[in-house]
Design a protein around this ligand. Structure first.
Ligand SMILES: CC(C)(COP(=O)(O)OP(=O)(O)OC[C@H]1O[C@@H](n2cnc3c(N)ncnc32)[C@H](O)[C@@H]1OP(=O)(O)O)[C@@H](O)C(=O)NCCC(=O)NCCS
Length: 139
C-alpha cells in the first residue's frame, strides 16, 4: 500500500467495518517502520487491504484486513493473510495474533481455515460494547 491507495482503502474500510479507521490512522501507519500494509488489486483497482504491526515480544499483530464485498469468497483474503504470515516468518516473528468480533462469523470461519486458536475473550473490547476474541495463528 502507498499513499496513492488511501482513497480506495478508505472506501473498502467503510464497506467492511462499522467503525472504520480514519485516514490519519493509515497515514501514520504507512510512516511507521513497524507497521506494514498490503493491498490486493484486480484490474488495477484496489479490492482488499491488510495491515500488521511488529511488537516487542517477537509478535506480529494484524491490525486490519478487508476485501471489497463484490470480491469476497474468491481467495483474495486468504492470499493477503498468507502474505502477511510469510512476512512475519521472514521477520523472525514467533507469534501472530489478531482480534475479531465474536459476532463476525465470516471472519471467524476465515481464520479457522488458518488453524487459528482463541487465546482469550476480551469483554466489551469494541466501542459498541461487543466482545472480541484474541486469536493466535500458527506461523
Ligand atoms: C474476512 C474476509 C477478509 C475474508 O476475505 P475473503 O476474500 O472473502 O476470504 P477467502 O475467499 O480468501 O476465504 C477463504 C476461506 O475462508 C472461509 N470463509 C471466508 N468467508 C467466509 C464466510 N462468509 N462464511 C464462511 N466461511 C468463510 C472459507 O473457508 C473460505 O474458503 P472457500 O471460499 O473455499 O470456502 C472478508 O469476509 C471481509 O473483508 N470481511 C469484512 C471485514 C472483516 O470482517 N475483516 C476481519 C476483521 S477481524
Amino acid at each position: 500500500m502507498t499513499a496513492a491507495d488511501l482513497d480506495a482503502v478508505l472506501v473498502l474500510e467503510a464497506l467492511g467495518f462499522s467503525d472504520p479507521w480514519p485516514r490519519e490512522a493509515f497515514q501514520e501507519g504507512l510512516d511507521d517502520p513497524a507497521q506494514h500494509y498490503l493491498v490486493v488489486e484486480q484490474g488495477g483497482a484496489v479490492v482488499g487491504c491488510m495491515g500488521t504491526i511488529r511488537l516487542a515480544d517477537h509478535r506480529v499483530h494484524a491490525l486490519t484486513i478487508t476485501i471489497h464485498p463484490d470480491w469476497r469468497r474468491r481467495g483474495l483474503g486468504r492470499r493477503l493473510l498468507a502474505a502477511a504470515l510469510q512476512q512475519a516468518r521472514d521477520w523472525g516473528a514467533r507469534s501472530f495474533t489478531l482480534e475479531v468480533r465474536v459476532g463476525n462469523t465470516a471472519a471467524r470461519n476465515f481464520y479457522r481455515t488458518f488453524d487459528a486458536v482463541t487465546l482469550k475473550r476480551l469483554r466489551r473490547y469494541y466501542r459498541d460494547g461487543e466482545d472480541a476474541l484474541l486469536l493466535s495463528l500458527p506461523l
